[in-house]
Ligand binder design. Structure first.
Ligand code: CAA
Length: 257
């Protein structure tokens, strides 16, 4: 499949997606949304892929939803067309997604990074929800995912003032998993994805599902859910292999990688 707004390639067991609208700082229009959905679905369905890396350019991961595309929208079209609703499909990738963020991750760009499972940021990264400066509010999850990630104090500060935070503040706040030098960004993101992709794929997908469930349900429900998934993994050959390898003092070779 060929894409207009993305570069999509594989690196071993890692799927690499690069946002590619340099003229608009990777602003997220409906084509990007449709193509990202297709690219994630393709990698999700591909047994040879164990993890996905999503990145942008050095200057911008993504500078938000495409303001020029949405400028003329009215309420009825926006509501009946469920404008931005399709991004929840993009957020529904089952395999782990690592966002490698350099430069601007603003508005929908910050929200897209937060749909990913791990955010690795370059020291140059800048995160923010500037929608308030446009007379609107975040619409791709910013008020919800940012608050869960960094707490109410920081989320209110960012959403109400529209200011940007740098990579160090984002890491301090818990938004970002790691910060690395700009020239190390892709190396770190790809090595992390390769590491994950070498583990048992059913265990990896269940681990992601279990952590995400913690954001949705009570502790008791979450613990039950986790335990059932844990128990079910004893039906896999990879559990036998992983534990036999530990006892035999050798490296595990997972079959369903
Ligand atoms: N939508 C459409 N085009 C955008 C864009 C966006 N979100 N962000 C940047 N661009 C375009 C600019 O219009 C410009 O195009 P032209 O050369 O044709 O004029 C090009 O990208 C380069 O941008 P700048 O010249 O502005 O670059 P800069 O270095 O001076 O500034 C910036 C960089 C601070 C990121 C600035 O571009 C900016 O403020 N962008 C908008 C950020 C924003 O408000 N994002 C939130 C969007 S709303 C949203 O995302 C809603 C939601 O929750 C889903």
């Amino acid at each position: 499949m060929s894409y207009e707004t993305l570069l999509v390639e594989t690196r071993g067991r890692v799927g690499l997606i690069t946002l590619n609208r340099p003229q608009a700082l990777n602003a997220l229009n409906s084509t990007v949304m449709r193509e990202l959905d297709a690219a994630f679905k393709g990698f999700d369905a591909n047994k040879d892929i164990g993890a996905i890396v999503l990145t942008g350019s050095e200057r911008a991961f993504a500078a938000g939803a495409d303001i020029k595309e949405m400028q003329a929208l009215d309420f009825v079209d926006s509501y009946l067309g469920d404008f931005l609703g399709g991004w929840e499909r993009v957020a529904g990738a089952r395999k782990p997604v690592i966002a490698a963020v350099s430069g601007f991750a603003l508005g929908g760009g910050c929200e897209l990074a937060m749909m990913c499972d791990i955010i690795i940021a370059s020291e140059s990264a800048k995160f923010g929800q500037p929608e308030i400066t446009l007379g609107v509010i975040p619409g791709m999850g910013g008020s919800q995912r940012l608050t869960r990630a960094v707490g109410k104090a920081k989320a209110m500060d960012l959403v109400l003032t529209g200011r940007m935070m740098d990579a160090a503040e984002a890491e301090r706040s818990g938004l970002v998993s790691r910060v690395v030098a700009p020239e190390k960004l892709m190396e770190e993101a790809l090595a992390t994805a390769e590491k994950i992709a070498a583990f048992s794929l059913p265990a990896v997908v269940m681990a992601k599902e279990a952590v995400n469930r913690s954001l949705e349900v009570t502790l008791a429900e979450g613990l039950r859910f986790e335990r059932r998934l844990f128990q079910s993994l004893f039906a896999t050959e990879d559990q036998k292999e992983g534990m036999a390898a530990f006892v035999g003092k050798r490296k595990a070779e997972f079959r369903h990688k």
